[in-house]
Design a protein around this ligand. Structure first.
Ligand code: NAP
Length: 488
């Protein structure tokens, strides 16, 4: 990848706020710098919105709502379909842009853009399938008519780890349902969202339907929106701590909320697992997205009979991965998002080692180069009290713990406040079904290290969230159900 290509990818993106179809500066003229995590150098500056900009965005979203709700579903679907095509056409350039601001290897960024685009294709198809009901009341006296209507203006808050897919997973169903929206991307990765917003405009999305606020002051920008009665919906993807605070703020106006929050995924390798499949699945469940995924395997439980061969194969695989700048050829693991992210990973590893864990590979931040690099790391014999088993790691660290029987594995796996996803490797269907039913998570990967697909309902239980994104029910988050009692 040349510096020229990188510069072009960044230059091409609008850097302002998108409000009412116009790209404009923040009211107070504020801007902030977006950083490349592989060099710790600035890439460019974007507008830094404040509360006045947020209210201007809500004015336009509220004004556009009635007309947008009345648009033909097919028309809304065609806009999503056109945006799907544009994303696919521009995936190479968008992948470079995403890697520059987020760090993951370009091949993974390209994978995310294709995955992000699929949400638009999926919801283009769902827009025309919004239905209702008509039935005769049980006593024959009157009719029950049920219709679905858009919830209304929505605030969509997204994280930095999947800068585009976490957006399309919300924007797709909001457009399909007929909601207008304000999108607030993470401050570290605004560029992918700004590029996406421009593409939606080119695909025919009317002015005011989608508004974008980039900011370094998320509380100042979002709280006035949540407290304004015109906003009717909040969809948030991010940490459980911030999600909890936003649920509290949403209580004032009893907002509809969807929450995709943190995870602490267990990955269980049973005594009858296919070892090769289990190692492959663990590598992807752990290292996809530099380990910075809510779905990342956070705790690896291996049956004692397989512990030695599994752990040494995993250490070989992780130890041979190429770490570097995500735009460089052949790189498999990029930098972490920032110094705080890298330092957290480092502190979790140090805590585990102090408690008695053995480092098989990695275990120290990569020194002597700019950027926030941490090498793939395997820890064995991790003791139960170690923080690395309790907290979301968000980095390329695989802590391995052994177990003796299925009951113990299920107990250990469920011993967390989180409940997003779990992974089980077994060659027995009976055992797989038992685990799938007993694990307290919204999703289970059965002999699979990746569960994400637009066609399936993605989401967590316990403190991992509320609601589902994708699948047949993903659009329900943006629809209200109205019942009309009909006298006949
Ligand atoms: P985060 O700190 O919670 O931030 C997420 C988003 O919330 C960002 O846009 C952030 O803006 C914004 N935010 C922060 N404080 C806010 C406030 N007071 N009011 C309104 N918005 C606020 O999380 P993150 O570090 O970006 O992302 C990683 C987390 O996301 C992990 O916990 C991960 O598990 C979770 N995640 C979950 C899913 C899922 O589907 N369950 C998917 C991906 C990620 P700023 O950038 O300006 O701080």
């Amino acid at each position: 990848m040349t510096g020229h290509h990188e510069r072009l990818a960044v230059e091409r993106v609008p850097k302002g706020l998108l409000i009412g179809g116009k790209w404009r500066a923040a009211v107070d003229g504020g801007e902030y710098e977006v950083e490349d995590p592989s060099t710790a150098q600035p890439l460019c500056a974007v507008a830094d919105a404040g509360a006045d900009d947020a209210l201007a965005a809500l004015d336009t979203a509220a004004a556009a709502q009635p007309c947008w709700a009345a648009t033909a579903p097919r028309e809304r679907g065609e806009i999503l379909r056109a945006a799907f095509e544009l994303l696919r056409e521009r995936q190479d350039e968008l992948a470079v842009l995403m890697t520059l601001e987020m760090g993951k290897p370009v091949a993974e960024s390209r994978g995310e853009i294709r995955y992000a685009a699929e949400f638009f294709r999926w919801f283009a198809e769902e827009a025309v399938r919004i239905d209702g009901g008509w039935q005769t009341a049980p006593d024959g006296d009157g009719r029950i008519w049920v219709m679905r209507q858009p919830v209304g203006p929505a605030l969509l808050i997204t994280p930095w780890n999947f800068p585009m897919a976490m957006g399309t997973r919300k924007i797709g169903p909001a457009v399909a349902a007929g909601c207008t929206m304000i999108v607030k991307p993470a401050h570290q990765t605004p560029l992918s969202m700004l590029a996406l917003a421009e593409i939606l405009g080119q695909a025919g999305l009317p002015d005011g339907v989608l508004n974008v606020l980039t900011t370094t002051r998320p509380g100042e920008v979002c709280e006035p929106l949540l407290r304004d009665g015109r906003l009717r919906k909040l969809s948030f993807t991010g940490s459980t701590a911030v999600g909890r605070r936003l649920i509290e703020q949403s209580a004032a106006n009893v907002l509809r909320t969807s929450m995709e929050l943190g995870g602490n995924a267990p990955l269980i390798v049973c005594e009858d697992a296919d070892l090769g499949k289990a190692v492959d699945g663990t590598v992807i469940a752990k290292l996809r997205n530099n380990g910075e995924a809510c779905t990342a395997a956070n705790r690896i439980y291996v049956h004692a009979s397989l512990a030695e061969p599994f752990t040494s194969r995993l250490a070989d695989r992780l130890g041979s991965m190429i770490v570097g700048r995500g735009t460089d050829e052949g790189v498999q693991v990029g930098p972490l998002i920032d110094a705080a992210g890298r330092d957290k990973v480092d502190s979790l590893v140090r805590d585990a080692v102090r408690a008695g864990a053995r480092v098989l590979v990695g275990g120290e931040p990569i020194a002597g180069r700019p950027g926030y690099f941490y090498p793939p790391t395997v820890l064995a014999d991790v003791p139960a009290g170690a923080r690395v088993l309790r907290e979301e790691i968000f980095g390329p660290v695989a802590p391995v713990v052994t177990f003796e029987n299925d009951d113990q594995a299920i107990r250990l796996a469920n011993d967390t406040v989180y409940g997003l996803v779990s992974y089980v490797f077994t060659e027995s269907l009976r055992r797989g079904v038992r685990y799938a039913e007993a694990l307290e998570t919204g999703m289970v990967g059965l002999n699979k290290g990746v569960v994400s697909t637009p066609a399936a309902p993605f989401g967590g239980v316990k403190q991992s969230g509320l609601g589902r994104e994708g699948g047949r029910i993903g659009i329900d988050e943006y629809l209200e159900t109205k019942y009309v009692a009909v006298d006949v």
